[in-house]
Design a protein around this ligand. Sequence first.
Ligand code: 9MR
Length: 838
Amino acid sequence: MTRHLVAALALLAALAAFPPGAANAADEGPEQIVNGSFDAGLAPWWHTSNVTPEIVDGRLCADIPGGTVNPWDVIIGQNDLKLVEGESYAYRFYASAAPAKVARALVQLPVDPWTQYLSAAPELSVSGNSYSYTFTAPAGLPNAQVAFQLGGSAEPWRFCLDEVSLKGGAPPEVYEPDTGPRVRVNMVGYLPEGPKNATVVTDEDEPLPWRLRNDAGQTVAEGATTPRGLDASSGQKVHTIDFSSYRVRGEGYTLTADGETSRPFDIAPDLYDEMRVDALKFYYTQRSGIEILDSLRPGYGRPAGHVQQAPNQGDKQVPCQAGVCDYTLDVSGGWYDAGDHGKYVVNGGISVHQLMSAYERDKTAFPDGQLAIPESGNGVPDILDEARWEMEFLLKMQRPDGMAHHKIHDAQWTGLPLLPHLDPQKRELHPVSTAATLNLAATAAQAARLFAPYDKEFAERNQQAAVKAWAAAVKNPEVYADPNDGTGGGAYPDNDVTDEFYWAAAELYITTGDKQFRDHVLASKHHTGDIWRERGFDWGNTAQLGRLELATVPNKLPDRERVRASVLEGADKYLKTMREHPYGLPYNPPDFDWGSNNLVLNNMVVMAVAFDISGEEKYRAGVREAMDYILGRNALNQSYVTGYGEVASKNQHSRWYARQLDPSLPNPPHGTLAGGPNSSIQDPLAQRLLRGCKPQFCYIDHIESWSTNELTINWNSPLAWISSFLADRRPAASCRVSYTTHGSWSDGFNAQVTITNTGEKAVDGWTLRWWFLGGQNVRRAWNATVRQEGSVVTAKSLPWNAKIAPGRSVTLGFLGAAAPGPNPAPEVFVLNGGVCGR
Ligand code: 9MR
């Protein structure tokens, strides 16, 4: 291998150069470059916007444009390298150029006057060479930059780079998170009737005594820990404490073991009431295209973002990226995805779906006026108003041919902080995709049935859009988003959309009852396959959404019982993972994914649905226990929900809740979930501080850590879903209801409802409630007084049938007006506030 050494090495006077190849102590020093081998992708390398580097055969390669004038017109570099005054450094890299070129390799100050600590002009060859240089830092610098200046060529050329190394100086900063006491609890608290578990980090092998104290310091329970051995997700040895049998409500409890006392927690039944509301209120301050009123969210008021008012270029007439289309669309409104100002259909889809699904699960829990939003008081549940804000945007992303654009966002990435209305970037529509089109089909089909009782026109508009989107997707089944289309916004690529097809078919079938959708559902491999992956479901894995919908929302699928049973199989799998996990997590891959907290929560959704289907306590207990991890029973001893627990995430990556960077801005609102530990630590801050982290430690509550600490609409949606499940205090079933349609004709039907008291006490006076989701209406009833408001039907007992002795039944009946769809039987019945079993 030829060694091209430093002929043209331009050293500043202060630099002492070592002769090339000389033995050099710096070579033994610590590595300062992050991801110099490009094994972890491109981050944290940056580049000017006129190149698009990619990883090819483990190297960074880029097509360098011709026609630039200065070397610095094209740069690839890395920032934030720490140089110590007087220390010597060895700088090496491997590079190639086709055709051969002279490039500039610099180690320098990242700002004016760009003082160069090392400046070399390596002659790059087509076959590639390794280059090495040494220098001594004349001054200390916390944020030196390594830069390859590649501009100034008339002709285009190709550059490849690998094995970049800067060794020497001080060892990189060692970051030690403050993890507080070694006894880890759910800092928000425990439900009186639920499981109560804590974790002790200790090297002891034998069981240790533990004590539970109340806020007066009295010991109220004690016992011995269970040693659990080494936990791979944290690298810690841990024991668990089970104090489930203690049920006395109170505040300020602590647990003590191994000489350490936990942070305080409560035992109370209403722990999740506020979280359910806060997790949903989050969406209002994520809204685009509307002023956020300070009167509704004190401290969070801001002007409308992206409404065509300077410096915004606005979302009302958005052109496509160059060459993609020749029209503009009004795609204003919707929610900003995360900490950026982008709006992505695939991610908006799962988010709005999970909100609508929380409502569909328990309509009693989401009244109008609950969320303090501008629409509060309009007679529609606030959760639906919030969902509509996103649905209106998703509908705008649909083209006349039915296909939906994948996303709309800034042409270039912007810095932090930046309020939405101050974003000066050009906004661009990106190509349509099958995945986006199917997300629209699924959510619009779901919206069609949920909005039917409140706004017929809107429901119909959704249904038409859904059917049209489906047809377009069938016609264009493999239009995939470009994985490299990630400048200025996330790429959200997905090259397998069979799962999106399945989910959309499921929603369309539930809403319309049409055979074509049923046939697709039954033929899909996702209908029978084991879809319960350990890493959970998310925006790119949506088959689970289809299966959960078919299991819980009334429909006439022939194998519905099998579908329902399959959810229990999934839940059993997650319960097993949890029981085996020393920290009690229903998620245990060897490395944690981007947004791991949301995957933990989505696995909990499967357990929660299993409880709804079966009534089996083990599933509800699983959900309750898994929440402990999110709220403090973890290796970092912190809660990942802002405002909940003594130590909680509060600096999530966001351009407008950027208080960490600008004290005049707020922190994220209470009820905001942080993405959580991510083993791949793609952002430079995490790479500098968390290198080599065990999964649970790959997290830092810092605004710059966008790969571990962002907030997103699709992570708050399972938080809203799960906190709503946990807040649900409807009593266990003490009744059973059977519903039979005895006859139906062109404009009506006749049905009979039998209520059986399966409890131990007599019922004295009853109110039975159910929901007609297919648009049916009660005309005339007997054996009860029946009223219907929107989709909600309420039947009240008459004096002569008010009493139902244990084990006895009463029957009522009615004539119903024809349903436009398949007239599905209601499946959820609530007797005197308690859900009945079936
Ligand atoms: O949540 C997304 C995660 O699943 C992906 O692995 C990651 C990389 O493509 O992108 C995440 O989504 C980000 C999006 O690209 C841009 N907005 C912020 C999102 C959350 O970090």
